[in-house]
Design a protein around this ligand. Structure first.
Ligand code: GLU
Length: 490
C-alpha cells in the first residue's frame, strides 16, 4: 500500500479563509486516521497577488487551529522546497518533457488574437475552446514568430493526451466523496501550462508538485473538479501515478449564496479577533460535511479523527450557520479551565488597568461573569463596572429603578446598615440575606431589594453575583456609587 500523503496548498492572496481551514482539517483528519503525512505547500506563483503578510497569516491560523503539518516551508521535509516560487527551476524541466513527448506545444498567440477567438465563440454562442492554431507550427514558423519578438507560452495538448490513454473522449475518475465523475474532454481547450514569462500556471505547478511530493490523496473543494480532469491528463502524459481525488461540497452562507464578508467574518484570524475560540471553530467546521457516528457534535480534533471516514463526507453543500457557531463558542467558553480562560480574555481587557486587581480578584471576576459570554470579546462590556470609581448609569436604569421610592428606601437603609459590615464575600452573603429578609417582611420581594443595589453599583439591572461584585469593589467604591445614585434622584 502506498503511503498516505495529503496536503493543503493555499495561495497567499488573502488571509486563511474558513473554507480553506475546513479543507485543511479534512486532509489533516484523513492523514491522522491513516497514519499518513499532512503537508503544507504555499502556492505563490502569482507574485502580484502574493504577500508575506498573507503567508504569515496562513501559518499562524493553521497553527492556532492545531493543524500542524509534518512537512512544509518552515519545517522542511524530504520533498522540498515547499513554496512554489522557490521551485521555478523545476517546472520547465517537466514542460520540456511534455513538449518532447508531443503532449504540449508552444503557442505564440497574442492576447489580442486570443481575445478575438473568444469573441467569435461568444458571437456563435459556443463555449470557448482554444483553436489549436499553434499546434502544428513548423520550426521555421516558430523561428519567424520569435524573430518578431514573440515569446511563446506552452499549452497542454488535451486531445493528444486523451487519445493516448483513453478510447473515447470521455474521461472519468472515482471521486472519494462524490463517486464517479466524468467529462467530455473535447470541451476542454488546450490550456497554458507555462506562461510566456516562464512561470507555470496553477494546473501545471500543482501536478508537478503533487507528483514530486508523492501526494497520494487530494482532498479539496468541488470548485476544483474541472481542474482535476486537466490534471489527470497531465499525470498520465508524464507517466506518473494518478492520485486519488476527493472533492468537498461548498460552504454556503445561511442565505445559500457564496459565503462572503457581507455575511460576517470569513477569515480564521477575523473569527479569532472577534473572540471565537479556535477549538470551537475547528469543531464547527468539521461539522460542515462530516457527521459524528454517535450524534455527539462537541468533539476534539482527536475524537473527530478517530471517527473520520472520507467516504462518509457529505457530497452536498454545507450551510455556515453563524448562530450555531456562536452557540458552540459559548459552550467552549464555559468548558475552559479558569486559568486558560483568563489568559484568553486578556486581549479584550487592554482598556482596563488590571494592575488594580489582585490575581484572586481577577479570577473571581472571570468566574462570575463567564456564564453569559458568547464571544471572548463580550468580556469587555461585561466587566466594565469593576473599573474606575464611578459607574455610568443608563438613563432608563435611573428613571425606572433608582428613582423609585422603593429603591431610594432600600439604598438609604443599605448605607445605614452596611457601614458596619465587613466587605468579604462570606460576611456580605450573610448580611445581605438578613437585609433582604427585613424588606421581605415589609412585603418587598428579595429580587426587588437586590435590584436597587445592583442598579446603583453596576448601572445595570442584570448581571453577575452581587455578593462577589460588592466584595471586589470594596466598601468605599460601593458607598460612593450608592450615594451618587441617591443624589441623582430628580
Ligand atoms: N492553490 C490552490 C487554491 O488555493 C490549491 C488548490 C488545490 O488544492 O489544488 O485553491
Amino acid at each position: 500500500m502506498t503511503d498516505i500523503r495529503v496536503r493543503i496548498a493555499p495561495s497567499p492572496s488573502g488571509n486563511l479563509h474558513i473554507g480553506t481551514a475546513r479543507t485543511a482539517l479534512f486532509n489533516y483528519l484523513f492523514a491522522k486516521k491513516n497514519n499518513g503525512k499532512f503537508i503544507l505547500r504555499i502556492e505563490d506563483t502569482d507574485a502580484e497577488r502574493t504577500s508575506q503578510e498573507y503567508i504569515d497569516n496562513i501559518f499562524d491560523s493553521l497553527k492556532a487551529l492545531g493543524l500542524n503539518w509534518d512537512e512544509g516551508p518552515d519545517v522542511g521535509g524530504e520533498y522540498g522546497p515547499y513554496t512554489q516560487s522557490e521551485r521555478f527551476d523545476i517546472y520547465p524541466i517537466y514542460a520540456q518533457k511534455l513538449l518532447d513527448a508531443g503532449f504540449a506545444y508552444e503557442c505564440f498567440c497574442t492576447p489580442e488574437e486570443l481575445e478575438a477567438e473568444k469573441e467569435l465563440a461568444t458571437a456563435n454562442k459556443k463555449p470557448y475552446v482554444y483553436s489549436k492554431k499553434c499546434e502544428n507550427l513548423t520550426e521555421a514558423q516558430k523561428a519567424a514568430l520569435r524573430a518578431e519578438g514573440r515569446k511563446p507560452a506552452i499549452r497542454f495538448n488535451i486531445s493528444k493526451a486523451q487519445k493516448a490513454f483513453h478510447e473515447t473522449s470521455e474521461l472519468s475518475f472515482d471521486d472519494l466523496v462524490k463517486g464517479e465523475l466524468k467529462v467530455n474532454t473535447d470541451l476542454i481547450g488546450d490550456f497554458v501550462i507555462m506562461k510566456s514569462n516562464g512561470t507555470p500556471t496553477y494546473n501545471f505547478a500543482v501536478v508537478i508538485d503533487d507528483m514530486l511530493m508523492k501526494i497520494s490523496h487530494i482532498i479539496r473543494g468541488e470548485d476544483h473538479i474541472s481542474n482535476t480532469f486537466k490534471q489527470i491528463l497531465i499525470y498520465e502524459a508524464l507517466g506518473a501515478e494518478v492520485p486519488r481525488f476527493g472533492h468537498l461540497g461548498m460552504i454556503l452562507a445561511p442565505d445559500r449564496s457564496k459565503l462572503s464578508k457581507r455575511h460576517g467574518a470569513t477569515a480564521v484570524s477575523e473569527f479569532v479577533e472577534k473572540g471565537y475560540l479556535t477549538d470551537a471553530l475547528i469543531n464547527f467546521v468539521a461539522l460542515l460535511g462530516w457527521s459524528p457516528s454517535d450524534g455527539v457534535e462537541i468533539k476534539t480534533v482527536d475524537e473527530i479523527a478517530a471517527d473520520f471516514r472520507i467516504n462518509e463526507i457529505s457530497s452536498s453543500n454545507s450551510i455556515f450557520e453563524y448562530d450555531k457557531l456562536r452557540w458552540m463558542n459559548s459552550h467552549y467558553i464555559k468548558m475552559l479551565p479558569i486559568e486558560e480562560l483568563k489568559q484568553k480574555l486578556l486581549p479584550y481587557l487592554t482598556k482596563y488597568d488590571l494592575s488594580q486587581l489582585s490575581d484572586e480578584q481577577f479570577t473571581r471576576i472571570v468566574e462570575i461573569t463567564r456564564e453569559p459570554l458568547i464571544l471572548l470579546s463580550d468580556i469587555t462590556d461585561a466587566v466594565s463596572y469593576f473599573f474606575g470609581e464611578d459607574v455610568e448609569i443608563e438613563p432608563e436604569v435611573q428613571s425606572e429603578v433608582l428613582d423609585t421610592e422603593l429603591a431610594q428606601q432600600v439604598l438609604t437603609e443599605f448605607l445605614k446598615q452596611a457601614k458596619d459590615w465587613n466587605f468579604d464575600e462570606e460576611t456580605l452573603h450573610e448580611k445581605l440575606e438578613a437585609f433582604r429578609g427585613e424588606f421581605k417582611e415589609k412585603g418587598i420581594k428579595p429580587k426587588q431589594t437586590m435590584w436597587a443595589i445592583r442598579a446603583a453599583v453596576t448601572g445595570r439591572t442584570k448581571g453577575a453575583d452581587m455578593t462577589a461584585i460588592l466584595a471586589i469593589l470594596g466598601k468605599d467604591r460601593v458607598f460612593k456609587r450608592v450615594n451618587h445614585a441617591l443624589k441623582q434622584k430628580v
